[in-house]
Design a protein. Structure first.
Ligand SMILES: *[C@@H]1O[C@H](CO)[C@@H](O)[C@H](O)[C@H]1NC(C)=O
Ligand SMILES: *[C@@H]1O[C@H](CO)[C@@H](O)[C@H](O)[C@H]1NC(C)=O
Ligand SMILES: *[C@@H]1O[C@H](CO)[C@@H](O)[C@H](O)[C@H]1NC(C)=O
Ligand SMILES: *[C@@H]1O[C@H](CO)[C@@H](O)[C@H](O)[C@H]1NC(C)=O
Ligand SMILES: *[C@@H]1O[C@H](CO)[C@@H](O)[C@H](O)[C@H]1NC(C)=O
Ligand SMILES: *[C@@H]1O[C@H](CO)[C@@H](O)[C@H](O)[C@H]1NC(C)=O
Length: 444
């Protein structure tokens, strides 16, 4: 469906987007280089904001902060700018009345190349046979910035057709550390339950991760645009990027810790959290990872947030909200389409209830072997627990996604998945997986 716009887009991007002058490598070899891997893990119009955040960041890093384009690796599906629902064809904005952030973005991996495997291969510095083939070539003197934006659930980050699991990510981070692939590494991660991916991150691997949410909550979409009909950005992501912009052109004025404190304060719907090395990287200026332009431009006045214009939604609920919005707009003009949307909405509302029933059934079946232990069931149901067995988490969620519902098409399920993953802390993954298989024998 997106094949033709994709071709047009990539021609535009390579022809119009590349300005060699901006690539002047200002850092000397002894200082090390900054590398960045920036990823939007979603596809679909109603997920507009994820790719928008990443495009915005691309321009900050390359145009404003002076990081050479060849050191910035981007993954995004690229189905937004030329989406048929986009009233501003060829453009993506990240703020209400904001300017286009799409033009000039060099997308290294798009469409079906946006996979967790390719992401891990890029981090590992492996060569890839798809996309631009760009990969992380960082060494022991270099710093690495990673930004990931998408849906998430306990122990997973979403990709357009697949998920990245905690167990796989942990292995790659350990390999990167052991192979001296960086001096220090800093991640910004916007996703529901993003804290669950990093809760057990060692403090001695020179990695720090700032997340939009803690281990047990959703993250939030911000800046609903009535004309475009979508949320333009994610609350936490736009907060930290705005904060960064306020220190331009000298990003050495603020430390990672200071930024975390300020952004945490501004992020009111979820708990911005931080994991890993909270000693050395904490005291680094943000320029260590974000670069900074040393041009003579004067700092811009800080842009103030307009709280009164804010409308937000928990990330898992954005799709359903989008469908409802679309239906109400169509009701008067296209009753056939409105009726179809109404059916779709009712299907999803029903499914949200059904998923909770299925998860209840699964935990009843799994805990039946210890039926007198009613406590287990209530513990499983209460709240997300920490992930003690990442492999079990992976097996159980993979089974659920392949046999029950996928988080990409049914994003609201991410609110309930902890009821499944909590079981891993008390039961063997085989028992849980077979309960999943019994409850969801059909494939979607
Ligand atoms: C994650 O690890 C499992 C087990 O080694 C493997 O089967 C799977 O392909 C890996 N997935 C990714 C995306 O790396
Ligand atoms: C990396 O971490 C180790 C252990 O926490 C610490 O001794 C070292 O100073 C750190 N290096 C840098 C460059 O932050
Ligand atoms: C957090 O917000 C409160 C109230 O708005 C303010 O008093 C405080 O200084 C803020 N802290 C930081 C670190 O920005
Ligand atoms: C970020 O800045 C833009 C423009 O400067 C503004 O429209 C937007 O509201 C700001 N967002 C936040 C979260 O402050
Ligand atoms: C903030 O948003 C409200 C509602 O959209 C608007 O009326 C008001 O003028 C805005 N204030 C500023 C300072 O932009
Ligand atoms: C947490 O990290 C420690 C130290 O790296 C490791 O030994 C332990 O297995 C990890 N726990 C989980 C649940 O991954």
């Amino acid at each position: 469906m997106f094949a033709i716009p994709l071709i047009i887009a990539s021609v535009l991007l390579t022809v119009r987007g590349y300005h060699l002058a901006e690539d002047s490598l200002r850092q000397s070899e002894s200082e090390g280089k900054i590398w960045a891997v920036i990823v939007a893990g979603s596809s679909n119009w109603w997920n507009y904001r994820h790719q928008s955040d990443v495009c915005h960041l691309y321009h900050l890093l390359t145009k404003q902060h002076g990081i050479p384009r060849k050191n910035v690796i981007t993954m995004m599906y690229n189905d937004i700018a030329f989406n048929e629902e986009n009233p501003r064809q060829g453009e993506i904005i990240n703020a209400v009345h904001g300017k286009d952030v799409y033009e000039g973005v060099m997308i290294d991996y798009m469409g079906s190349d946006v996979t967790p495997q390719n992401f891990l291969d890029i981090l590992s510095g492996k060569s890839l046979n798809v996309g631009s083939g760009k990969t992380l070539k960082s060494g022991p003197k270099d710093t690495v910035l990673v930004n990931f934006v998408d849906h998430g659930a306990p122990g997973i980050l979403g990709f357009p057709n697949d998920e990245l699991h905690l167990a796989n990510l942990t292995l790659v981070l350990e390999q990167m550390f052991n192979n001296n692939r960086y001096k220090q590494m800093f991640w910004y991660v916007e996703a529901c339950y993003s804290g669950s991916m990093f809760k057990n991150l060692s403090s001695s691997m020179n990695i720090t991760v700032h997340t939009a949410a803690n281990e047990e909550e959703s993250s939030y979409a911000c800046f609903y645009d009535n004309e475009i009909g979508v949320y333009l950005g994610d609350c936490w992501s736009t907060n930290w990027m705005n904060n960064t912009e306020q220190f331009l052109p000298n990003l050495a004025q603020e430390t990672i810790e200071q930024q975390y404190q300020i952004v945490k304060n501004e992020t009111v719907f979820s708990h911005a959290s931080i994991y890993g090395d909270l000693v050395y990287i904490f005291k680094e200026p943000i320029s260590t990872f974000l670069g900074h332009s040393r041009s003579e431009t004067k700092p811009k006045p800080a842009s103030r947030r307009n709280i009164s214009s804010r409308r937000t939604a928990a990330t898992p609920d954005v799709m359903l909200e989008h469908l409802k919005e679309k239906m109400s707009r169509l009701v008067a003009v296209n009753s056939v389409e409105a009726e179809r949307l109404d059916k779709e909405i009712r299907y999803h509302i029903q499914t949200e209830g059904k998923v909770q029933e299925i998860l209840g059934e699964i935990s009843d079946q799994v805990t039946a072997s210890r039926s007198r232990d009613g406590e287990i069931v209530s513990v499983v149901y209460k709240r997300p627990q920490s992930i003690e067995y990442p492999e079990c988490n992976r097996d159980v969620l993979s089974a659920f996604f392949s046999q029950c519902y996928k988080m990409q098409t049914h994003p609201y399920i991410t609110k309930y998945l902890y009821r499944l993953t909590n079981l891993c802390n008390a039961f063997n993954s085989k028992i849980i997986v077979s309960a999943v298989t019994r409850m969801c024998p059909q494939k979607f």
